[in-house]
Design a protein around this ligand. Structure first.
Ligand SMILES: [Zn+2]
Length: 129
């Protein structure tokens, strides 16, 4: 696929300079991973919440926004599939542990006290987006 050489300012991947001209809905964290973590999620440390505030329970569908052009969104789809396979295996391997390990920018924690199918997501590095 040839490069478009288009920079679409609202696209989060615009620095790559290969945009299409229309935004599409994308989850900040892969929807397939969110679905593995549960049916509903609470958010803390996001820029739209006060310090220490926790969101209401939100469905996975509520955790997306129009942040990527269609071209960049489509180009990330294979990565989403790989992430789903990786996290499925990771969660299976850690199925006896309550806490899911995290990268420096993401903490997902299964909380038995919140009930089956729910997760708590912490977004410490998304403040300035
Ligand atoms: Zn783009």
């Amino acid at each position: 696929m040839s490069r478009t050489n288009v920079i679409y300012p609202p696209c989060y991947a615009r620095a790559l300079g290969d945009c299409s001209g229309k935004l599409s809905r994308e989850h900040y964290i892969s929807a397939s991973i969110l679905e593995l973590l549960g049916d509903s999620h609470t958010i803390t440390n996001a820029s739209w919440l006060a310090s220490g505030q926790q969101s209401d329970q939100l469905p996975t569908s509520a955790l997306g926004s129009k942040i990527l052009c269609q071209r960049h969104n489509a180009s990330l789809s294979p990565l989403d599939e790989h992430a789903k396979v990786f996290f499925t295996e990771l969660l299976t391997a850690l199925s006896d542990d309550e806490e899911v390990p995290h990268s420096p920018g993401f903490r997902g924690k299964r909380s038995a006290s919140e009930g089956e199918g729910r997760s708590r997501l912490d977004f410490p590095l998304i403040h300035d987006v």
